[in-house]
Design a protein around this ligand. Structure first.
Ligand code: ATP
Length: 478
């Protein structure tokens, strides 16, 4: 083993993550950049950089494999972002998809009334009408959080759907919406799926895609975005089977969260009170995550029993018969629907927050130092391994290149290759981007045909014959 690759022991400091530290790492290492950066940015828009794009793909691919490929009862759909405007009348979004807003008459700042009630007054606000919220805010005589004047307006509703126009002339074109959720395509295409996919109840339709919401108080890095991705399933069941299917999905969602490495102690399930339920739901739970202060517990995912609300609405508005013919009972009915919904961007955020760690250590000169390490689960880590020739020398590079090609080709995963700079710094860079294993090719390699494999988490090193390296990595990732 090569001395130059041995690092001093470290002490871990728990929950090192803050939103600012994670956002800074994301920019520094190419996970997430501010949107339109060279134009000074566009508030609350973000672009995923090279490593963010990989992390996101890994999460979406894993989700698809887990919930579509590995199940015999779920099929996929890839619907459009633009849909007939009547879809959103039927779904209730035109009337109900509102945020309650208050303005400050003095400084013109705008706030979500429900957030003010929850965050400033510590009361629950979901499900309350604007009149009720106004009454609560007025009773508390709440000052404007921005300028301090007691000049907040009454709460009023603001529809969150983005509108655009089909056709060259905006006055005569058709007004359409950018979809605010992916769910509706699954209801609108339910009949086509039923006719073509040879499915029987219970079955689900899954979709991953963009959704758009004109959020008034976006922020907290990628937590609340104007444009985001959802991974959703509409699971159709017999009318009396909703409650049992709900429990099954609750447990499937927990299993998923564990499988991508979210820590149990940062998760809780919160049941919605009756007055908090959305217009379509008979039961909803939120998976909440303990975000670093000052955010605290906030929604990560949701699970809702949508009953037959959506199919019934679309049946009425479209005039199409959307009933299901049950051959067993020789009867027709509208199925009920259980909807597990997973935000892609929030998944990435919690994976990064849970993975971020700082360890007190010593640098190469023996001075106190902090090692930043992203302890991402190998399943989702952008690079599964890195190949590092100890020095930039042709004889090492040749072996390292061949190893890189074999790992990439035979294991079929993304591998980094880095030959510049001192080896300690290269390890630190891989630690910061969450690469689980570094394969170092050194001068001993030329003699013994083996490489040093360094583990990201405990920095332990083992010597592995080059011939066995692909199998060794495949075993670790399995
Ligand atoms: P919130 O209460 O945080 O606004 P919501 O209850 O409106 O969320 P849903 O309509 O249930 O959210 O959307 C399903 C999932 O989509 C959420 O659990 C979340 O993961 C994700 N999501 C919703 N809105 C946003 C957003 N503005 N930015 C990023 N992800 C979002």
């Amino acid at each position: 083993m090569t001395d130059t690759t041995i690092e001093p022991p470290t002490v871990s400091t728990r929950r090192a993550a803050t939103m600012d530290k994670v956002a800074a790492l994301c920019k520094r290492r190419g996970f997430v950049y501010p949107g339109s950066d060279i134009y000074g940015g566009l508030a609350n828009t973000w672009d995923y950089g090279p490593l963010g794009a990989e992390l996101k793909r890994n999460v979406k691919d894993l989700w698809w494999r887990t919930f579509v490929h590995r199940r015999r009862d779920v099929v996929g759909l890839d619907g459009g972002i633009l849909m007939h405007p009547r879809v959103w009348e039927a779904s209730g979004h035109v009337v109900n998809f509102n945020d309650p807003l208050v303005d400050c008459r003095t400084c013109k700042s705008r706030f979500r009334a429900d957030h003010l009630i929850e965050e400033r007054l510590g009361q629950h606000a979901e499900g309350k009408s604007p009149v009720e919220m106004t009454a609560i805010l007025q009773a508390a005589n709440l000052p404007c959080p921005n300028c301090g004047n007691r000049t907040l307006t009454d709460a009023r509703q603001f529809n969150m759907m983005f509108q655009t126009t089909i056709g060259p002339v905006s006055e005569t074109g058709t007004q359409v919406y950018l979809r605010p959720e992916t769910a509706q395509a699954m209801f609108v295409q339910y009949k086509n799926v039923l006719a073509t996919a040879r499915v029987k109840l219970p079955f689900g339709i899954a979709q991953v895609g963009k959704a758009f919401r004109n959020e008034i108080t976006p922020g907290n890095f990628i937590f609340r975005l104007l444009e985001f991705e959802q991974m959703e399933i509409e699971y159709f069941v017999k009318p009396d089977a909703g409650a049992a299917a709900f429990e099954d999905w609750l447990s499937a969602m927990r299993t998923w969260l564990r499988s991508v490495g979210v820590r149990d102690e940062h998760l809780r399930v919160r049941e919605h009170a009756k007055d908090e339920l959305s217009h379509y739901s008979s039961r909803t739970v939120d998976f909440e995550y303990a975000f670093p202060a000052p955010m605290g517990w906030k929604e990560l995912y949701g699970l809702a029993n949508r009953t037959d609300f959506d199919l019934r609405q679309h049946q009425e508005h479209s005039g199409e018969d959307l009933t299901y013919f049950d051959q067993e009972t020789n009867s027709r009915y509208l199925p009920h629907v259980i909807e597990p919904t997973f935000g892609v961007d929030r998944t990435l955020l919690v994976l990064l927050l849970d993975a971020y760690d700082e360890e007190e250590t010593l640098d190469v000169n023996g001075k106190p130092d902090i090692r930043v390490v992203l302890r991402l689960h190998p399943r989702v880590a952008p690079y599964k391994a890195a190949v590092l020739p100890l020095m930039k020398k042709p004889e090492l590079a040749e072996v390292a290149r061949r190893l890189f090609e074999r790992l990439e080709g035979e294991v079929g995963v993304l591998v980094d290759y880095d030959e510049t700079g001192n080896i300690g710094k290269r390890y630190r860079r891989q630690d910061e981007v969450g690469t689980p294993f570094c394969f170092t090719v050194d001068y001993d390699t030329l003699e013994d045909r083996a490489v040093t494999v360094r583990d990201r988490d405990d920095m332990s090193q083992v010597r592995v014959p080059i011939a066995d390296a692909p199998a060794w990595l495949r075993d670790r990732l399995a």
